[in-house]
Design a protein around this ligand. Structure first.
Ligand code: DC
Length: 219
């Protein structure tokens, strides 16, 4: 038996930070499903496979091995790619790759297997709607696009990357549109998910709110 907490929501709502902190507090294994899509995009780059080459993608997926270790490290076919999958070339390819049915089907299996027999907190876009529709707790973590853009600009500054607020905001709005209007597994709140708006909350306040929701649902 496993206990599953699903955390869905748009890019920049704080899912990564919050999931990690809540997982540590409650002893749940933290699974970032975005990283699995990033591994597929990276594998395509490594093998010089184009997004249109469906047969080659299918073949690649038949041999792919993605491992998520409890220390947060991610391995693609035996290689540590924890940092590599956050680089720009992967950022640019991952969103279109995540719309491919062949990729989503394969990763559905991978994501369900990673969680098997464990108590997990899993973040993504379709965890409460598609991957684990019977999850014990479902949270939809949101924030206003303007606030998400503000946070992203600050993050970039910390990394020494200069970016304009207007451009970042436009990028976020475009991504929201693409993620929520795609045909398969679009980003949307599951009917039975609790809605948490982090726009005006600190990280600590969001963590406390989510911990409370999870504890109220533990029998
Ligand atoms: O959360 P992230 O930015 O690492 O996600 C990378 C991409 O993968 C993002 O464009 C949306 C997609 N994704 C998805 O379609 N379904 C998920 N469960 C997780 C991520």
């Amino acid at each position: 038996m496993s206990f599953i907490v699903a955390i869905d929501g748009p890019a920049g709502a704080g899912k990564g930070t919050i999931t990690k902190l809540v997982g540590e507090k409650l002893g749940l294994v933290n699974i970032d499903t975005g990283a699995t899509f990033r591994c597929v995009a990276l594998n395509m780059l490594q093998e010089h496979i184009d997004i249109q080459e469906e047969e080659k993608i299918e073949k690649m997926l038949n041999n792919i091995n993605i491992e998520m270790h409890t220390d947060g490290k991610i391995f693609l076919n035996g290689e540590d790619v924890t940092h590599r999958i956050r680089e720009n070339d992967v950022n640019g390819l991952v969103s279109p790759v995540s719309t491919l049915p062949v990729v989503r089907n394969k990763l559905l299996e991978v994501q369900r297997n990673i969680a098997k027999g464990k108590n997990v907190i899993m973040e993504g876009r379709d965890i409460g709607t598609v991957v684990f529709p019977n999850a014990d707790v479902k949270i939809y973590l949101d924030a206003a696009a303007e606030e998400r853009a503000r946070r992203r600009v600050l993050q970039n500054q910390e990394k020494g990357i200069e970016s304009s607020y207007e451009e970042v905001l436009k990028g976020i709005k475009d991504r929201d549109k693409r993620d929520s209007t795609r045909e398969i597994a679009p980003l949307k709140k599951a009917e039975d998910a609790m809605y948490v708006d982090s726009t005006n909350l600190s990280i600590e306040q969001v963590v406390n709110q989510i911990v409370k929701i999870i504890e109220n649902n533990k029998k």
